[in-house]
Design a protein around this ligand. Structure first.
Ligand SMILES: [Zn+2]
Length: 273
C-alpha cells in the first residue's frame, strides 16, 4: 500500500530550492508575468516525505492524495471496493435524467435513491481499450459484452444486466450494458471511516466523505457472504449535492478483474472488522 500525494506550490512560496535540494522531480507550469507553479508526486514511504509534509502544512499547499494497493494486497482481501475511473458522457436527458432514472432521490442531498429505469446514453460510447465505463455525474458501472460473458461463465452473483439505451432511438447500446447491483449490505462502515458526516435536514440520511487514505474498514457481520457484489448501506459524498454507495466485490471477482487486466476501474481492498 502506498499513499500518494500530488502537491502544488506557487513561486511566491519560495520553497523551490528546498524541493530541489531534496532531489524531488518537479513539473513547472508557467503562468502570467513570470509566475509559475510547481507540482510533484510523492508517497509517504519516501524518506523525504516528513520534510515535504511539514512544508505543505506551513504553506497550506494544495495536497491531493490517494492510496494504491499491490495485487498481493488485493489477492489477500475477502472484500474489495470497486471504483469506476473511466468516465465518458453524461446521463440523458441532461435536464431531468435523475427524475427519469432514480426513485426517491432526495432533492436536497442527492442521496437515498434507487435506480428504477435504464440509463440513457447520448450515443454509443468509444471505450478505447477500456472494459468498464461510468458516467460523469452518476456513479454507475457499464461493461462490455466480453466482461458480461466472463461474469456469467464464472457464475458471479449479485448483479443484473441492464440495457443502456441510446437516447435518440431508445435502442439498447451494442457497446455496453449496465451492471445493476440490487443487494445492499447492513450498516457496517467502521466508526474511524465515518469521515465528515453530514446529515441531511430534509431526508435525515447521513453522507460521509470520500475514503482515500489506506484501507476502508467494514464490519464482517454487515456483509452477505453468498454473493460477489453488494453495495454498502452507507452513502458517500458529503460536501456536495450527490451521493453514492460504495460497491464491494468478492475476492473471486477482483481476481477476474486483475487476471483479465480489465481497464476502467480501480480496486481497493477492504479490511473486515
Ligand atoms: Zn437528503
Amino acid at each position: 500500500m502506498k499513499i500518494w500525494h500530488r502537491i502544488t506550490f506557487g513561486k511566491h512560496e519560495g520553497v523551490e530550492h528546498v524541493i530541489d535540494s531534496l532531489g524531488v522531480k518537479i513539473t513547472k507550469t508557467p503562468g502570467f508575468d513570470g509566475y509559475y507553479i510547481i507540482t510533484f508526486e510523492i508517497d509517504e514511504t519516501d524518506p523525504r516525505w516528513p520534510q515535504i509534509a511539514e512544508l505543505v502544512r506551513d504553506k497550506q499547499a494544495p495536497d491531493f492524495y490517494n492510496t494504491t494497493f499491490t495485487p498481493q494486497e488485493i489477492y489477500a482481501a475477502e472484500w474489495i471496493r470497486l471504483m469506476p475511473t473511466f468516465e465518458q458522457g453524461y446521463p440523458q436527458p441532461k435536464e431531468g435524467w435523475e427524475l427519469a432514472t432514480y426513485a426517491h432521490e432526495c432533492p436536497q442531498c442527492g442521496a437515498g435513491y434507487r435506480q428504477q429505469a435504464p440509463f440513457h446514453l447520448a450515443k454509443e460510447p468509444r471505450l478505447g481499450r477500456h472494459d468498464f465505463m461510468s458516467f460523469y455525474w452518476a456513479y454507475t458501472v457499464f461493461v462490455t459484452p466480453n466482461v458480461l460473458d466472463v461474469l456469467a461463465a464464472q457464475g458471479i452473483r449479485g448483479y443484473e444486466r441492464w440495457d443502456a439505451l441510446i437516447h435518440r432511438t431508445g435502442q439498447p447500446s451494442q457497446v455496453v450494458s449496465q451492471l445493476f447491483f440490487p443487494i445492499v449490505a447492513g450498516p457496517g462502515l467502521a466508526e474511524e471511516d465515518k469521515l465528515q458526516p453530514e446529515t441531511c435536514a430534509q431526508c435525515g440520511l447521513t453522507k460521509y466523505g470520500y475514503h482515500k487514505r489506506g484501507y476502508m474498514h467494514i464490519k464482517r457481520a454487515a456483509l452477505r457472504s453468498d454473493v460477489d457484489v453488494q453495495l454498502t448501506h452507507e452513502w458517500i459524498g458529503s460536501g456536495g449535492h450527490s451521493g453514492f454507495r460504495e460497491i464491494l466485490i468478492s475476492n473471486r471477482l477482483a481476481r477476474l478483474i486483475l487476471e483479465n487486466n480489465w481497464r476502467g476501474v480501480s480496486i481497493k481492498p477492504v479490511e473486515l472488522i
